[in-house]
Design a protein around this ligand. Structure first.
Ligand code: TYD
Length: 202
């Protein structure tokens, strides 16, 4: 049996990653793989409390970064590591790349500080694979405009999302072997074809 894999989905709000994640996990299950789907911020009772605060409460950018990593530590220890140890594959809707993109790129938190947090919280754990759903900001915003309510991040302006997108692409350039870059402006069916190829290759 293949070693349990830790796979993360990333991209700006409106890229469509959550829809594709559900399909991706289901396809893995059909291949007989035991899959645990989870998300960040969240994934644990404490993490979900922190999520509701993070998505609604204005705060200092560095407080936001610290809370993201606090929720992450709990998630790793309580959910991710135990699942991987038991042989389940873990598919997470966001992980640390989101902190580098949103708190780093979007809010301007220093890269060195985020790297310290990453080292503190998960020096010995990285995703085996990260799917980055890349999309022009204008297209993503058009999709978000169908949503009735927008959270604190989704309410940010286009320039914020431009910085988030660029920071994600920087992460991709820094770790090209870990990332799969997906053109999320394609139709859902075209994206599925790409995901199928990825599933076959892992
Ligand atoms: P998101 O996956 O977009 O949830 P939903 O699809 O339900 O809207 O995640 C919520 C928000 O959290 C998203 O706007 C990005 C933000 N976020 C960060 O800013 N930093 C992080 O480290 C993580 C994990 C998420």
């Amino acid at each position: 049996m293949k070693k349990a894999k830790f796979i993360t989905f990333e991209g700006i709000d409106g890229a469509g990653k959550s829809t594709h994640l559900a399909w991706f996990a289901e396809t893995l299950r059909q291949r007989g793989i035991n899959v645990l789907v989870t998300r960040e911020p969240g994934g644990t009772p404490l993490g979900e409390h922190l999520r509701s605060i993070l998505l609604s409460q204005p705060m200092h950018a560095e407080t936001e970064a610290l809370l993201m990593f606090a929720a992450r530590l709990q998630h790793i220890e309580q959910v991710i590591r135990p699942a991987l140890q038991q042989g389940a594959w873990v598919v997470s809707d966001r992980f640390s790349d989101a902190s580098f993109a949103y708190q780093g790129g979007g809010r301007g938190v220093a890269l060195a500080k985020l790297e310290q947090l990453e080292y503190w919280v998960h020096a010995d754990l990285q995703p085996d694979l990260t799917l980055l759903f890349d999309i022009p900001v204008a297209v993503a915003r058009q999709r978000l405009s169908n949503n009735v309510t927008l959270d604190r991040f989704e309410q940010e302006k286009s320039v914020f999302f431009d910085r988030v997108r660029q920071a994600y692409l920087e992460r991709y350039k820094k770790y090209p072997q870990r990332f799969a870059l997906i053109d999320a402006a394609q139709t859902p069916d075209q994206v599925k074809v790409e995901l199928e190829k990825i599933i076959v290759s892992i």
